[in-house]
Design a protein around this ligand. Structure first.
Ligand SMILES: [Zn+2]
Length: 332
């Protein structure tokens, strides 16, 4: 790890520095909210915070790339520490039973660490009942419990939840930083690293997944092919696609995110922005879309996509939400 890489976390150094200052001063919050795009490093940072709180090494938290890693850091990094729970939606949503089971655990003293840490990854998929149940825990903080909520953006959550958390908004890393990390830590060949870094849009976790699992790039390609086909397609074909996609909620959110990134590129190009594009391997089509749809239309599609993602995350009828989206998609 580079000397300036704190807590074995690549990027997000401002957030790590802020958390580190708080822990050194013993002023850490009872609850944190980490937001940002999926695979940008939110869970990595949450696990690093859990290590910093429970590390028994000399310079907490231990450097995971060094030889001497304490038992607590080792177990937490592997998500196997008895006092650190990682919760994610079961099926389509994060359910009240999951929150209740968590609360039962949090009421007990730590088994071997100093803090019980609960990481809730995918808070935007919590049902209203689950959110309200969690509110109780947030309202009655315990001195040896730290909650870390992970969500794409704060607006999706109940304001009463957000206001009780310290909010750290994580942003995409610079393309160069992702590329460099791939070369240095995952021994990716430089040209390939640069390509993956672009396609990741600054989400290191996505770039690593795409490097390790070729189906990630295949899924991306077919998701974009679907979008281009739908722009040409008639309403019947669009509705048939909505029905098929609606059956798999994880795929719905992934597809919507992929399409959002596409339309953001279209908007940037149409606006003549110099910000780096993500879908550089399909530049010719992006340019056609930018010329054809312009900034305003691209923005409308982006809004429709994010509205749909929000509805699906909130357990609205996915098929209906997608059908409305299909009517909002322009014709190529
Ligand atoms: Zn340690």
């Amino acid at each position: 790890m580079d000397k300036d890489t704190l807590w074995s976390v690549i990027g997000h150094s401002w957030a790590v520095a802020q958390l580190q200052r708080a822990i050194r001063a013993k002023h850490q919050a009872h609850a944190y909210l980490f937001t940002g795009p999926a695979h940008v490093g939110r869970r990595t940072l949450a696990l690093a915070l859990a290590r910093a709180l429970n590390c028994t090494g000399e310079q907490p938290p231990c450097d995971l790339n060094a030889g001497d890693v304490c038992r607590a850091c080792r177990l937490i990094a592997a998500e196997k520490h008895p006092d650190v729970r990682v919760l994610a939606p079961e099926g389509a949503s994060l359910k009240i039973d999951q929150i209740r089971a968590l609360q039962h655990d949090l009421a007990l003293s730590p088994v071997e660490g100093l803090f019980r840490v609960a990481i809730i990854d995918g808070m935007e998929q919590a049902t209203v009942e689950a959110s309200n149940a969690l509110l109780k825990t947030l309202e009655e903080p315990s001195t040896c419990v730290v909650l870390i909520l992970i969500a794409s953006e704060p607006d999706i959550l109940l304001p009463t939840i957000v206001s009780r958390c310290q909010h750290l908004p994580l942003r995409a890393l610079a393309v160069e930083q992702v590329s460099q990390a791939l070369v240095e830590h995952w021994t990716v060949e430089p040209q390939r690293a640069d390509e993956l870094a672009h396609l990741s849009g600054g989400r290191l976790g996505w770039a690593v997944m795409a490097h390790q699992d070729e189906t990630v790039l295949q899924k991306r390609a077919s998701g974009l092919d679907d979008l281009l086909r739908l722009l040409d397609g008639k309403r019947v074909a669009r509705f048939a696609y909505a029905k098929r996609l609606a059956d798999d909620q994880a795929a719905v959110l992934e597809t919507l995110e992929l399409w959002e990134i596409w339309w953001r590129d279209v908007m940037l190009l149409a606006a003549g922005s110099t910000a780096p594009l993500v879908n550089i391997d399909r530049l010719a089509v992006l340019k056609q879309h930018a010329a054809r749809f312009g900034v305003d239309r691209a923005r409308e599609v982006l809004e429709a996509l994010s509205r749909t993602a929000r509805q699906v995350a909130h357990n609205a009828n996915a098929r209906l939400a997608l059908e409305v989206l299909m009517l909002d998609l322009p014709r190529a």
